[in-house]
Design a protein around this ligand. Structure first.
Ligand code: CDP
Length: 217
């Protein structure tokens, strides 16, 4: 927590060799002004993979993939925010992936949810995210890049899922093929994984708030 001191809230989330940093600024007045919404505030998410995050250097700047993941991150987080409290305002979330080994959108969402809470933004619930995969016929939790590229048998199916602690799914994608029963099994596995991630997020936030309050719990 607090890895970006200039931000209103920030966090780093690491899972295996995937590392995401999130920084939150706001709520603040929306600029450009013509994008202001007098009915409710807006969440703006910006996902970016740093050029050195994988061994093949990534060209800096926005691309179709980063635009898609930015939008998905917004969808995953918006349901837990009380945006109606912030008319004409915006909450900016910046996510940088400093190291990538698959599951970066999920790591980014986990870091962003923690950074939003760290910024003191009222939230109905925490959001936790995990990428499930089906490698041939076997379900695997939290894939590495090597696993994601599995080509034997039925190949790999990638299923990133985000959910609230209350079990409400806020984001789910599916790239590949899977039967209905096995998809239900994947959702159940995601619930178990998200419960563990939630405990990590909660502990980090509790420790950070304790430190900021002078070491008291
Ligand atoms: O990262 P995530 O699984 O959410 O998204 P993906 O588009 O399925 O990408 C999977 C992985 O491919 C990333 O985590 C990176 O390790 C790698 N990748 C890459 O090496 N170069 C890119 N331009 C994009 C992704």
């Amino acid at each position: 927590m607090g890895v970006v001191p200039n931000a209103d809230g920030s966090a780093m989330y690491k899972s295996g060799d995937t590392i995401a940093i999130a920084a939150v600024y706001g709520p603040k007045k929306m600029h450009p002004q013509h994008q202001q919404n007098p009915a409710k505030g807006q969440l703006r998410c910006d996902y970016n993979m740093i050029s050195f995050s994988v061994s093949d250097r990534i060209r800096p700047g926005r691309n179709r993939r980063s635009m898609e993941i930015s939008e998905i991150t917004k969808w995953a987080l918006e349901p837990v925010l009380l945006l109606e409290k912030y008319p004409n305002q915006v909450i900016d979330v910046f996510i940088d992936i400093i190291q990538a080994d698959a599951g970066t959108r999920c790591a980014g969402i986990n870091a962003a949810a923690m950074a939003l809470a760290h910024a003191g933004i009222p939230m109905k619930d925490m959001v936790s995210s995990i990428a499930l995969g089906k490698l041939d016929k076997t379900l695997v939790v939290d894939l590495t890049k090597e696993e994601e590229d599995y080509e034997e048998g039925e190949g790999a199916t990638d299923i990133p899922i985000s959910m609230t602690h209350g079990g409400k799914i806020t984001h789910m994608q599916l790239d590949g093929k899977i039967g209905v029963n096995q998809l239900q099994e994947a959702v159940d596995l995601a619930k178990g994984a998200c419960e563990k991630i939630y405990e990590v997020q909660k502990k980090a936030l509790k420790d950070a708030i304790g430190m900021e309050n002078g070491g008291e719990d």
